[in-house]
Design a protein around this ligand. Sequence first.
Ligand code: AMP
Length: 598
Amino acid sequence: MEFATFADRAAAIEAEPADLETVARVATLLEDAADGDGGRTVAVVARYVQGRVFPAWTSRTLDIGPSACYEAIARAAGTNVSPDDVEDRLAEVGEIGDVAASYDFGGQRGLSAFAGGDDSANGGGGLTVPEVDEALYELAAAEGSGSQDRKVDLLFGLFNRCSSDEARYLARLVLSEMRIGVGEGTVRNAIGEAFDVPVERVERALQVSNDYGEVARVAREDGREGLDAMTLEVGRPVQAMLAQAGTVTGALEDWDEAGVEWKYDGARVQLHYDPGGVAIDGADATVAADDAGEIRVFSRNMEDVTDALPEVVEFADEHLAEPAILDGEVVAVDDDGEPLPFQEVLKRFRRKHDVAKAREDVAVRPVFFDCLHADGEDLLEEPLTTRHERLEAVLREDSEREPDEVEGLSLLWRTDDPDEIERIDADALEAGHEGLMLKDPDSTYSPGRRGKHWRKRKPDVETLDCVVTGAEWGEGRRATFLGTFELSVRDGDGEKRRSAGSAVEPRNLETVGKVATGITDEKLAELTELLEPHVASEDGTRVELEPAVVFEVGYEEIQTSPTYSSGYALRFPRFVGVRSDKDPADADTVERLERLRG
Ligand code: AMP
């Protein structure tokens, strides 16, 4: 296909505001791009039409800035045009495509031989889509000293053969500003329409390959069967499955049992391991050559971060034996292996220089919670529980080992018991992690989706300031600590409510719940010291406290309840902190509970 034809079609698509018509136009473009070249042109067109030069999964970029592009345009436009003139015109016109289209590049055509172009001069420059693709790959590959000049030369060679419409879309493509209104969904639907394959099969193939070009090529060459045969490739990243905010209550309503995991406060990583060397799909041979290696680590956005995270590479080397793609989180840790805040991971994540030094300052440790591929088998369509079993098997070097002894494994509990979930939450917080992830145990892995199957426990929207009116002595190693704190709010108008089961006289304070979770041993010791002087009476392990201390408490929901004297109960109350700046007289009121409940 001539690049001029692509440019014509792009102009027509840009002028077409209706989505359906756009899909039809893109579909026709894809059909017409089928040149009997094994689908190469159709692959390139499927990428270009959405402004992509390379597949989404590769870290390859053109690595060319706007000023190099202005320079190439200026040179192609003639000796009397400077890069500054191009920039001035851009300031006037506002868009690089229009600027490029405003010059007449023909005058310099005789010079294109110098830049390796074909000066066939058949009215236009005779540029074809594969020729543009080849030049852009060459441009991306230029590295080292003199590479910026080489890039400008190559781009000049292309602009020099462009008509005004071609120049418009070439400039936009190079600067990632295609903007003709063609998004991923449009291309997906157009591939389905052009090659008569069901859109959901196209979608699946896109999920495993992350390459619209390759999917268009396979759809054209081998139809639905070809698409269904596309698999994950170790070494080619997949989009990460994402989470929505959610509550324990919601999870237990929606699923028979909730999958419960600790939520680690780090950065997402996808580990690709192949002891035989990473095999990359042959469709893009240039990429295979320089991306090869047996361990690759990718970020949530599919960037290659292998070099920045040697600990993850070492982990794979030490613990893995079969080809696998694992999904997890890297967490920064201190010298004792205790987790550090998220900001510390960021110092390491994209670091290119002095990695060894950075590693001395902050070490990282991977924890894996999912397995997308193991030993030649794709697992995306398996339920979470099966994937997690495979993960355990992949990571477990010794079959005698209990799951909690397997290094790098994030544990998955299945339960419908809210109290157990609270215990897991407390343990996660105590171990220095962020809280909980709730997952549907039967759900498949949906790359790139922020669906309802994974939920991060919603941070508290509002907190309440409650007076601590009671407590219980703990058991076992917590026997010397006060815990399970009874919480009360003020009854603003002094109205006495039912004091069902509460040992505390109303004194204008009404109970609203108990908080036991989210408190570390260290904190419990501090709270015991703070509260002990206010013990009014004791009955077995139960302690009644004079109102003196105010806790800030988070919760999921406020429910009506016969259990507490306020008539309300906090669902899943969590300790946030002590409000040492507040007296009981400043605590929240029953009226506020009523208002918050709505
Ligand atoms: P957020 O970044 O707040 O949207 O929360 C979702 C992120 O939490 C994921 O993208 C992961 O990077 C991270 N995360 C931590 N622990 C887990 C876990 N056990 N399962 C899934 N994601 C987790």
